[in-house]
Design a protein around this ligand. Sequence first.
Ligand SMILES: [Zn+2]
Length: 177
Amino acid sequence: MPGAFGHMIGAWLCGRAYEKIRNITFTQLMWAALFFGAIAPDADFLIEWITDDLHIHRTFSHSLFMVVAAGITVYLLLYVFSRVRKTKIVNPAFVALLFSFGIATHLFLDLTTSESGVQVLWPFSDKWITFNGPLNHLDGTPTYGQLKWFVKMATIDMGIGTAWIAYLFWRKKLRFD
Ligand SMILES: [Zn+2]
């Protein structure tokens, strides 16, 4: 169950690797697209929170369908934005692709969690899938053990997030002045 930091770090590692291999430097917008893509699927948590009874976490927002649809949407938004504001965006197709790729890294990491699964084939199938295969999803109130595990995972996420930020700070990639 990678948390927000886990997802951002996963995308960041991929982005850095791509920069190194292709010997290029991402623009700020490219990094933003990659990071937002990596955490966007979990915005479905907010919908669940607000509506209180819609159980949609890890369904449509965690699907391959969303990977494609979100990329196309971002590309169209960038196109409209650059037209309206009469500004030129560097390589908008690549920016949109990075957003899609960010979502794909999110799905990949969530698929590694064997206890909850992801509806990655939505809307074609509502099976909860993990890398170990599909599972029967247990809906309803989580058990005490599950909650304890959840808190443990959230703590680990905060730990690696703190280490990541410390690393960026140390490498002078983060500045606050
Ligand atoms: Zn997720």
